[in-house]
Design a protein around this ligand. Sequence first.
Ligand SMILES: C[S@@+](CC[C@H](N)C(=O)[O-])C[C@H]1O[C@@H](n2cnc3c(N)ncnc32)[C@H](O)[C@@H]1O
Length: 211
Amino acid sequence: MADQSILQPGNLLMVQERERLLAALLREHTQGRGLDGLRAFEAGCSTGYNLRLFVQWGARPENIAGIDLDPAAADYCRAHAPEIRVHSGSAAAIDEPDESFDVVLAFTLYSSVPDEHVANSISRELYRITRRRGLILVYDMRRKNPANRSVHPIEHTDIRRWFPSCPVEATTLTLAPPLARRIGRWAQWLYGPLAAIPPLRTHAFWTIRRP
Ligand SMILES: C[S@@+](CC[C@H](N)C(=O)[O-])C[C@H]1O[C@@H](n2cnc3c(N)ncnc32)[C@H](O)[C@@H]1O
């Protein structure tokens, strides 16, 4: 099992690339006003790295919420950021009001959901809790992960099927993780040039605009 720690230099390089894209989208979406009034939700938030990131970037903790199926992960979130609202359970049923978030994230969630019916229910819930003209941001693998057979790639057609009424933009990113981890140890400067080569990018980021 690869080291998933953010302190692993290769993991940090991959996450920083994704965060630069997220920051650009948030800058555009908030029209430069910052995150002070932003309401954000993450489905499949795990231990809450992204939830705390929003607060670090200027959002108010009481405007941030998430859900994870794993109760231990949800407990970890609550212990590390008690003001952030974290639900334990499936994102197929989210206990939050309709149209209550400006930005909703699903980062490496769908690849962990093998059942189409559940993926559909999650998508309906993400759509329901996002305000009109809000953003649903999906980041996930588009290639099989040979080191983890319990996850599966997500394709553009999946996103179109789950969010049929929404305009969607896609971009590819993330240098193949085994390569990123190797160069993280001895040549971090190579991340950018290698990640610029499309066949080496293993993930995609979909920006789904709620009409
Ligand atoms: C690979 S982790 C992603 C963590 C986080 N989103 C990130 O980007 O760092 C996937 C998470 O999705 C959660 N998960 C899987 N199925 C779920 C479901 N139906 N509802 C909510 N969470 C789910 C798992 O428990 C796990 O914590």
